[in-house]
Design a protein around this ligand. Sequence first.
Ligand code: NAD
Ligand code: WQD
Length: 356
Amino acid sequence: MAGITNFMQGRSKRILVPGGAGYIGSHTCVELINRGYTPVIVDNFVNSSIASVDRIRQITGANDVPVIEADIRDTAEMVRVLREHECEAVIHFAGLKAVGESTAQPLDYYSNNVQGSLSLLEAMKQAGTGHIVFSSSATVYGTPVSLPYTESHPLAPTNPYGMTKYAVELMLNDLVASRAGINAGILRYFNPIGAHPSGLIGEDPNGVPNNLMPFVAQVAVGRRPHLNVFGNDYDTPDGTGVRDYIHVVDLAEAHIAALEKLLASPDSFTVNLGSGIGHSVLDVVKAFEQASGRDIPLEFVDRRPGDLPAYWADPTYAMELLGWQTRLTLEDMCRDQWAWQSGNPNGYPDVKIGAA
Ligand code: NAD
Ligand code: WQD
């Protein structure tokens, strides 16, 4: 519908997408294009490949996806890009996201995630761009006081990565309160997994995956011998950790709903994006074995330091506010992850910047 409206107006709305070459960003760019928007991707490719942009074009048939290689900490460049492309809003994915690495290199995380977001907001002010959707995380809640987490649960992140997300949330709330002409949609993602059903884009971690699903998929495709299951003595139905997994395409669709809410009304909001359903590590392994037809050998090892036993979202507010809820199941997530992993066993091909 938005596509038709934009077409009839003769020009599609341009949305700046910092981090648009990454995992969630690339899926959101596909949905933006499907709805008639033009994403303008800014990425420094610290954790992504320009090949993903070529795949976005392949899936959507859009040849006019601008890509700028830049760091969001370069404020002047962000102002230039926002002005040149006349962007109406920003969907901000750019940042570092590995919890363990954030503990070892906290300053890199504060620089990329906090200083980077500050730079981007400063650029939006200078360019007069009035709307931002921000990738926050359920990790801002910390140890559960009550479950499911609602948006009003106390915020107490337990690692530097989570602290950077919390800091940016505070910065956005203060900016909105100052009536600077910017409204913000803060999205707290639970555990995004899966891939586009075409199998053309997906998560392509550097080195050994930190997260469960990419690790399982790499075991299935033969890149790793077995999965280490971090703890089987939690107080959960089968003793393994429980999380709220969300299909990345559902998540991408939520960004469109958030964007359109911001474009339509001056209000700002903070909302959980999850399914409301918890799955254990063993549930995920079983579902992936079914989807792939491959065995996933596993070994139970000690708990991973810092891991919580179980958490999941209360997704009620997302439905009330955005009219959005998840529609894809764990089976869909595993099927699509397998389509991506089996079609691209070593991830994206190496492509030189500028060649895609
Ligand atoms: P990703 O690493 O695949 O994507 C992030 C992108 O940002 C990458 O393309 C990277 O190259 C780029 N980038 C990083 N720093 C940059 C900088 N300074 N300037 C320009 N580009 C930069 O990660 P993702 O999984 O797609 O996550 C996207 C966002 O969502 C991140 O902010 C992440 O913290 C947040 N998030 C992710 C998860 C998850 O489990 N994947 C959960 C909650 C929140
Ligand atoms: C899921 C479950 C592990 C790997 C992280 C971040 C969070 C958010 C999402 C960004 C846990 C178990 C894992 C493995 C395992 N990211 N596991 N073997 O830790 O819930 O969340 O990603 O914002 O901030 O902390 O996700 O996928 O790492 O772990 O047994 O090799 O799988 O113990 O129970 P997590 P995960």
